[in-house]
Design a protein around this ligand. Structure first.
Ligand code: ASP
Length: 313
């Protein structure tokens, strides 16, 4: 007789970036503000899922809240390029159909995740870049914001610090703060979204893993939804998000086993960071090899947030 499985119920996981996060690196005020922002984003996405809404709407809504919060490196509060501009990358993917949308180097859209969704739903393409992405955004009537909206004094300070460090390619402290969300809705569908300003001091139109479908973002109802954060070059080389889905789908691994294996593989290349994963079976994983990761999870059982490596979430 076939085993009867109860439906797993809705799930939502979010991240706000991985990095060198220990209790010494955050003031109590900042610690509290980050947790409050994560909880607010969780509550926004959870309200959609609780009401029977779609995973896709929930991940977009949660990511938009984090984009608007200057604590995170996405939308408002994005890190600066070497030239002192804010150029944002984002992606979204729908596990029902594997429809996907992404943008790189967007400069004027208040919520880049919604621009990625517009690319998915309103264009025949998967990825648009730079001026073209900005033009498409205006044509679609999405909310625009001036450069001052995205730029914050703290991110400017981080750029100045990097520029005065001889030979500093990247921000060594990994003040990343990229945001992401993955969800499973009550209809059994999964979705993923990721949004970022990239890395401080990026040059030459550098693109990280966040908008690369299969590297930083992936969703497939046959397996799971994944959003990543960390040293993007390594996540691209390890195709982390797709690797996790493939391990679940083809090898029968759990979300936790697959996430650990993919992070280990990416780490062996010298990379650092983490992923949030929700399986179509309701299994979840928040896996990282960095000291910490801003993260949160919600389900019908409640909401919780965490920052440091020794906390459970
Ligand atoms: N993965 C992002 C990138 O490389 C950065 C981050 O996660 O903070 O652009």
């Amino acid at each position: 007789m076939a085993e009867r499985r109860d439906k797993p119920g809705w799930k939502l996981l979010i991240h706000g970036g991985a990095g060198v996060l220990d209790r010494e690196s955050l003031t109590p005020e900042k610690d509290r503000a980050i947790r409050a922002a994560l909880d607010h984003a969780l509550a926004t996405g959870a309200a959609i899922l609780e009401g029977g809404g779609d995973a896709l709407d929930a991940v977009e809504a949660a990511a938009r809240e984090l984009e608007d919060d200057p604590h995170f490196n996405a939308g408002r509060g994005s890190v600066f390029t070497y030239q002192g501009t804010n150029e944002m990358d984002s992606a979204i993917m729908d596990g029902r159909s594997r429809a996907a949308g992404a943008v790189t180097g967007a400069t004027g859209t208040r919520n880049p995740v919604s621009l990625a969704r517009a690319v998915m739903e309103k264009s025949p393409h998967v990825m648009l870049s730079r001026e073209g992405a900005d033009e498409f955004s205006r044509q679609q009537g999405l909310d625009q914001a001036p450069p001052e909206w995205f730029a914050t004094a703290e991110r400017r300070r981080q750029l100045d610090e990097l520029r005065s460090t001889p030979g500093g390619w990247f921000d060594k402290d990994m003040k990343y703060g990229t945001v992401g969300a993955v969800a499973l809705d009550v209809h059994g569908h999964v979705a993923a979204a990721t949004s970022t300003g990239g890395i401080t001091g990026k040059r030459w139109g550098r693109i990280g893993d966040s908008p690369i479908i299969g590297a930083g973002t992936w969703a497939d109802d046959r397996a799971c939804a994944v959003s990543a954060t960390g040293t993007g070059e390594h996540f691209i080389r390890a195709a982390v998000a797709h690797e996790i889905a493939a391990r679940i789908r083809l090898c029968g691994e759990s979300a936790g086993e697959a996430a650990k294996a993919a992070i280990d593989d990416m780490g062996a290349l010298g990379g650092s960071g983490g992923v949030i994963v929700v399986g179509a079976d309701g299994e979840t994983a928040l896996e990282f090899n960095s000291a910490g990761m801003y993260r949160g999870s919600a389900s019908a059982a409640g909401r919780s947030t965490a920052i440091y490596g020794d906390e459970t979430c």
